[in-house]
Write a protein that binds this ligand. Structure first.
Ligand SMILES: Nc1ncnc2c1ncn2[C@@H]1O[C@H](COP(=O)(O)OP(=O)(O)OP(=O)(O)O)[C@@H](O)[C@H]1O
Ligand SMILES: [Mg+2]
Length: 500
């Protein structure tokens, strides 16, 4: 056991607000430490600082252990998985195999091209690599993305059972609760450490928020009262002044004696009232700023244009295969106007492949029929979007998106204005996902196709999206591993039965 020491850490990217200001922290390397909090607050940045990938002008980080980062960069995914493992780590293959077994993954995937593995299988391989060298210290950046419900549970149990410590970022409460025993969050540029899992942290945070809210109510009440007093005083002062100026027996303005005294006093009162008002305004602004940390949900907008077609998609006896090996038992379903149809199946069962086939770019063999209504305007949320790059304004122009609509939804999703000028490829993982999502929302469409919309999003956004879909009720084909979410939004479910 050793200690990671962070002293007086301040960090910002050029031209942006500080992500951390003068932070001190000691982390025990035996902890199962969960790193949580909203998108763009600096979680990945903190891991990069611990890895020595970023440097700070002020402050110091003492890292006594060898960081092992997940997800590792795979430059040649077309290689066989064991070759990829060889490329990204210096550990022995048997050590990786040992971890793969603990993760419930089959050894045979080592001899398949890495690119052909499902997202969940790729995740397990890379996690196994991060834990293969027991002397290292895993820094895991969102291993839950792309994992199906069973996979998440397996990884959570796997992490729970680990003797060694690690840091893991995730936006999944249930997962964090099982896998972690300490919680670190980033709030108002500060690193906040809580003993206990994410629920323990949330309970504590709810209490603080409730207190802050009560203080706020009290403050509003006080402000109202003070404003009234100030107004009364000002009225009184004005009326005194009026009395004096309106008095025909008093010559000249300002005068002397009684009238001068009253005018001076009125002016003083007036000044006092003004000062008070200014002070209160400032206090309100400060408090409102604070309130931003008490998260609230702003409804999103989407450009749904119901299509005149009753049936937007007909799929009959569809089967997809790679190299003659079918992915699932033949499927038949229809997507009617107003349906939100969820394609459900474990990792690797072929959900994204069905979407690719519907859109006409599936690379394997297709049998059966797919009939997509010709004129249906479509709007997509993809799992990968490497072509979303550059400045938002140029991106919007290129896609013929209404820039205002795009920004407005991004803002509601919690992307700060200061990020709007950051090129998309430099944004945080969640912010990039929000660009993909906001651009789908801004696209006028009669048919939405969303492939795992919740990946990378923080917990507040998940609620926001389910609220939007249950209000607007658009026609949608979607995949998602989060069963709570599907229960709220899906009107139909089509289950894929894997054949292997
Ligand atoms: N290279 C960069 N240049 C400029 N800004 C950056 C760069 N990298 C990150 N940022 C900004 O810094 C902030 C923090 O980013 P970071 O990736 O650490 O967030 P995060 O907490 O990991 O978020 P998420 O939950 O979305 O992954 C974001 O506002 C992001 O846009
Ligand atoms: Mg991140």
């Amino acid at each position: 056991m050793s200690t990671i020491t962070i002293s007086n850490l301040t960090f910002s990217y050029p031209g942006q607000d500080n992500l951390f200001t003068a932070q001190n922290l000691e982390l025990d390397t035996s902890w199962h430490l969960g790193l949580g909090g909203r998108n763009g607050r600096g979680k990945t940045t903190l891991l990069n600082l611990l890895r020595g990938k970023l440097h700070t002008a002020t402050g110091n980080i003492n890292m006594p252990v060898q960081p092992l980062y997940f997800p590792q960069t795979v430059t040649h995914p077309e290689q066989l998985t064991w070759e990829v493992i060889d490329e990204v780590s210096s550990t022995e293959l048997w050590q990786v195999q040992r971890e793969l077994t603990l993760l419930g993954a089959d050894d045979s995937i080592l001899y398949l091209p890495f690119a052909s593995l499902s997202g969940g299988e790729q995740t397990k391989v890379l996690l196994a690599v991060a834990f293969a060298d027991e002397a290292g210290f895993p820094l895991l950046d969102e291993p839950t993305n792309h994992l199906d419900a069973a996979g998440r549970q397996q990884v959570a149990d796997y992490l729970h059972a680990k003797k060694q410590g690690f840091i893991v970022i995730a936006h999944d409460r249930h997962f964090l609760d099982i896998a972690t025993d300490h919680t670190l969050t980033i709030e108002k540029q500060q690193l906040v450490l809580t003993q206990g899992n994410f629920s323990a942290y949330e309970t504590a945070k709810k209490r603080t928020d409730a207190r802050e809210f009560a203080d706020q109510q009290q403050l509003r009440h006080d402000i109202g009262r003070l404003k009234q007093t100030a107004a009364n005083k000002r009225d009184w002062a004005m009326s005194r002044e009026g009395d004096i100026h309106g008095d025909p027996h008093v010559k000249g303005s300002g005068g002397t004696g009684h009238s001068g005294f009253v005018t001076a006093r009125a002016a003083r009162q007036m000044k006092k009232a003004k000062n008070l008002e200014r002070r209160m305004d400032k206090e309100i602004t400060n408090k409102e700023q604070l309130l931003k940390n008490v998260e609230f949900i702003d409804p999103l907008k989407m450009n749904y244009e119901p299509n005149h077609h009753e049936v937007l998609l007909r799929v009959r006896e569809l089967q997809l295969a790679y190299a003659g090996v079918p992915l699932f038992a033949p499927l038949t379903f229809e997507l009617h106007r107003g349906d939100r149809l969820a394609l459900v199946g474990p990792n690797g069962s072929g959900k994204s492949s069905i979407i690719a086939a519907i859109l006409g770019h599936f690379g394997g063999e297709i049998s059966g029929e797919i009939d997509l209504a010709e004129t249906a305007t479509r709007s997509l949320v993809r799992q990968q979007y490497p072509d979303n790059t550059g400045r938002l304004q140029d991106f919007a122009d290129k896609r013929h998106l209404n820039y205002e609509d795009l920004l407005s939804n991004l803002k509601k999703l919690g992307v700060e204005r200061s990020v709007f000028n950051t090129p998309i490829e430099l944004m945080s993982a969640g912010q990039q996902k929000k660009v993909e999502l906001a651009s789908s929302l801004a696209t006028p469409s009669g048919l939405y196709i969303w492939d795992e919309p919740l990946n990378y999003l923080d917990v507040f956004n998940q609620d926001q999206l389910s609220q939007l879909l249950t209000t607007v009720k658009p026609t949608m084909l979607l995949t998602e591993h989060d069963t709570d979410f599907l229960e709220k939004v899906a009107t139909k479910t089509v289950r894929l039965t894997p054949l292997n």
